[in-house]
Structure formats: structure tokens, C-alpha cells
Ligand binder design. Structure first.
Ligand code: PEP
Ligand code: MN
Length: 263
């Protein structure tokens, strides 16, 4: 279903304020985790002012350590919904288990399937039965065929609003958190009609590397970006080192606009 043989024209995913694909570039921005009302509202207003078209924020967090902050759960979802009510921004947030799909779908516009769950087939099927759009992140050690087949699990259950997200892969290299293969964008555009979103935040793990990779993603034809932005990165509950300040994000968006105009 994902292939260009099945559908030659690009898919455009539209949900609320967010349009991604078919010549329209969407920008999803916000903190890694929802931490408080003030933090998510400040973030939402800032990313909207800078030109983001959707708000991200994790309420259910897949953390490497069980002792790390696990997210605000349903309370976080309620804060995201309040941020949508105030700003009009569509909400993108992660769902970790099949049993939470209905709950998260009640609050969110886009269900994010995290890298660690790309091959959680029951979760993929449950998202395939949801009316919400889906942002499927590539597993950090997954091949392109595995990535596309994971998307098939969602599509084959009837949900056509699937976006693919390259968020970096595991390599021997350690100067960045992951290695961000931007060739994924033109490669997947030659194989699938689904929109391709780049996550330069997890892809690098380093805030100073994020703006240049946003530009590069636009230059190679990405249909969208998902960028971590936090009002106070040093004190973020998760992923502070890769989070842009609102100011840095606003500057990066201006630069990206120039790249988009040039390509
Ligand atoms: C995230 O978006 O904060 C996240 C956990 O991403 P990934 O699943 O790509 O690690
Ligand atoms: Mn994160």
C-alpha cells in the first residue's frame, strides 16, 4: 500500500493546523516531554510565533532508564489539549502501548510511534484502526524494508494518514547521539508516496547541529521537520542537550525558509 506502484501521487497528510507532503512542508516543534502547564504553554506560543505548524510533547516517555522521568501521562495529554485550544496548533504525541491508543487519540491529532516501538506490531495495528494520523519513527537499527513494512501494518488496517520519520540510526560513531542519514529522504521518495519527516534533534543529540541539519533536510526534499524546542534546555526533564531555545528555533526557521525558497 505504501509503494509508488500502488499510488504514484504523493500523499498529503492534513490534520488540523498541520499539513505535510504533496509540496507542503510542515514543522512540528516543542519539548521532548510535557513537564508543566507553564512549560508547555510557553513552548506552544514560542514555536507558533516562529512558524511551527504543530506542537510536539511527550506525555508517555520511553526512557532508557526506568528511574528517569516517565512523563506526565494523561495529565500531560490534558495540558497538550489546552495548548491546542489556546494556539490552534495540532498535537503530536507518542503512544507506547496498544491499550493507550484510544486515550491518546482522544487528545492528540497525530499518534507518534517511537523508534523503540517501530516493530511493535500490535501497536502498529491499533494505530491503524485509529482515526488519528500517525507519525512512524524509524527504529534506530531498522532497515528501510523493515521501516516500510512497519508502515504497511498501519496502512493495511485502513489508516491512510501515515508519515515516515527518519530520526537517526545506531553506528560506531559517537560524536553525535545517533547518525542522521539524510539520503533516506530521496531514497524513500523513490519508493513510497508517504511524506518523509526529518528529526534532526534525536538524529544528532546536539543542539548546535540541529539548525544546519534542518536546512539540509529541506534542501534534500523533506516534507516536514520535527524539532525539540524547550524554554529552558539546561533544566529540561529529557533531551535538554539537543533542545533548541525558542530564540535559536526562530532563527533556524528563518534560515530554513530561505533554503526552501532556493530549492
Ligand atoms: C521523542 O520524540 O522524544 C523520542 C523518544 O523519539 P525516538 O522514538 O525517535 O527516540
Ligand atoms: Mn526526545
Amino acid at each position: 500500500v505504501a509503494s509508488l506502484e500502488a499510488k504514484p501521487e504523493p500523499t498529503q497528510v492534513v490534520t488540523g493546523s498541520l499539513t505535510i507532503g504533496g509540496g507542503v512542508c510542515g514543522v512540528i516543534a516543542g519539548p521532548c516531554s510535557v513537564e508543566s502547564e507553564e512549560q508547555i504553554m510557553t513552548s506552544a506560543r514560542a514555536v507558533k510565533a516562529a512558524g511551527a505548524t504543530a506542537l510536539r510533547g511527550g506525555a508517555f516517555k520511553p526512557r532508557t532508564s526506568p528511574y528517569a522521568f516517565q512523563g506526565m501521562k494523561e495529565e500531560g495529554l490534558k495540558l497538550l489539549a489546552a495548548a491546542r485550544d489556546e494556539t490552534g496548533l495540532a498535537i503530536v504525541t507518542e503512544v507506547m502501548t496498544p491499550t493507550d491508543v484510544e486515550l491518546v487519540g482522544d487528545y492528540a491529532d497525530v499518534l507518534q510511534i517511537g523508534a523503540r516501538n517501530m516493530q511493535n506490531y500490535r501497536l502498529l495495528e491499533a494505530c491503524g484502526e485509529s482515526p488519528a494520523a500517525v507519525l512512524l519513527k524509524r527504529g534506530m537499527s531498522s532497515t528501510m524494508d523493515e521501516f516500510l513494512l512497519a508502515a504497511e501494518y498501519v496502512l493495511s488496517r485502513g489508516n491512510e494518514r501515515v508519515m515516515l520519520c527518519e530520526r537517526g540510526v545506531r553506528t560506531f560513531e559517537s560524536h553525535t547521539r545517533f547518525t542522521l542519514p539524510l539520503a533516506t529522504v530521496p531514497y524513500l521518495h523513490a519508493r513510497t508516496h508517504l511524506p518523509i519527516v526529518i528529526d534532526p534533534s534525536h538524529g544528532t543529540g546536539v543542539a548546535s547541529l540541529v539548525p544546519p541539519m534542518m536546512n539540509a533536510a529541506i534542501a534534500c526534499g523533506a516534507d516536514g521537520l520535527i524539532v525539540e524546542v524547550h524554554p529552558d534546555p539546561p533544566n529540561a526533564a529529557s533531551d535538554g542537550p539537543q533542545s533548541l531555545t525558542p530564540d535559536a528555533f526562530a532563527k533556524a526557521m528563518i534560515a530554513c525558509g530561505k533554503v526552501a525558497d532556493a530549492v
